[in-house]
Design a protein. Sequence first.
Lengths: 263, 223
Amino acid sequence: MLARRVIPCLDVDKGRVVKGTKFLNLTDEGDPAELAERYAHEGADEIVFLDITAAHERRGTMLEVVRRTASRAFVPLTVGGGVRSVEEMRDVLRAGADKVSFNTAAVAEPALLTACAKRFGSQAVVCAIDARRLPREDCAQQRWEVVTHGGRRRTDLDAIEWATRAVALGAGELLVTSMDRDGTRSGFDTELLAEIATRVRVPVIASGGAAGPADFVTAVRDGKADAVLAASIFHRRMFSVADVKAAMAAAGLPVRRIEEQTA
Amino acid sequence: MSGPIRVAVLDYGAANMVSITKALAAVGADVVVAAEPSEMAGVDAIVVPGVGAAGSAMEHLRERGLLEPLRDWIRAGRPCLGICLGFQILFDSSDEGGGVETLGLLAGRTVALEEAPTLPHIGWNSVEAARPHPLFDGVPAGSYFYFVHSFAPAPADESVVIARTTHGRPFASAVAQGSLFGLQFHPEKSSEAGLRVLSNFVGLVAARRPPGSVAAPAAGEVA
């Protein structure tokens, strides 16, 4: 049975893991390859690197990070942020990544999803969707709007429509982040997740709002998510990947437990 | 005493060569990346990795002159491991992209996983032994491995199937026929369990290496 995945996400700036609040007050938290390896040993099913390096400072540092990580952490690796062309995606994959996640670039140029899926297969193309709740008018259905540039820019795109369109264009997976919940530790937006997950056949990764292991359970059970991503609760060592998986297993969800693997 | 097992990983444009070469090196193999037939010289085994589409994989193998040497190698009964797409193209044909003729070294056809609840089949799924096989020595029953695919081979001869996985329906996730092995999952992305399978593969190659055949020393090609 297909396990529900637990995915730690690492923000990477100029080749170092950073953490901060809304891209401010960044502090150096160490080497991405080392942290990724640690997470892999703790049972992470996949690692996501989010490159937040400013465009003008990018000079292949991320490729070197990917290369070093893929040489020592034998789990799937996804890179998001800063990839804007088929050629750039090819370089990231050749460095050892398995998937590339497109967010703002896909909204700006939807055909990029198709071009990359044609070249590398849809399994390697993740569409990341940052969504924000729109004010709900009486009796109207709840709607979500796609936002880009880390939530700073509105798009007028309906998040549910964009999700189904992204899949039609070639995305093999959707990474859905609730910008209302991101960084708030108030739990995932399960309503948003379920709206998308019940409309697409590709796996949906839940993101934004994890406070503890119980949220991972609801993201899967109520949000119908196939995988759950989180950053700060793992970085700050509030919970380990194993803690989260123990809670998911206790709730009857299929997970890959590391202690069963290394008997 | 013989040297370490030398393994050629075929580079036919499949995207990620880093993980497979590093994983094989991690289990003690001398790894050579072979993008042309001459680079296969002196190796003990060939690994056919792969992500992508069957049609373009066959095209690239042909363009690089690797297709016939690979077929000859397997027909001669020499050790080979196909991974994911590299596993699927060992069969007669694939339905992917409207149908394509593949290597024809294992009988059967690669078909879509139509009944699957989610496609592509992405993630960790459990692998159940169909029969005991040394490739899975030391791997606990029902261990999880990492899969990324939408198609899976249907072997005509069920006796080659050594493990199955279920996603919508059961499919062959590992096969063995003599010294030819195929895995639908990615051992190089399957953490400790995957490294164990690769280590078992290298061990099987070592056990089958003809006596007295010592691999030529690695000449700067080690990845």
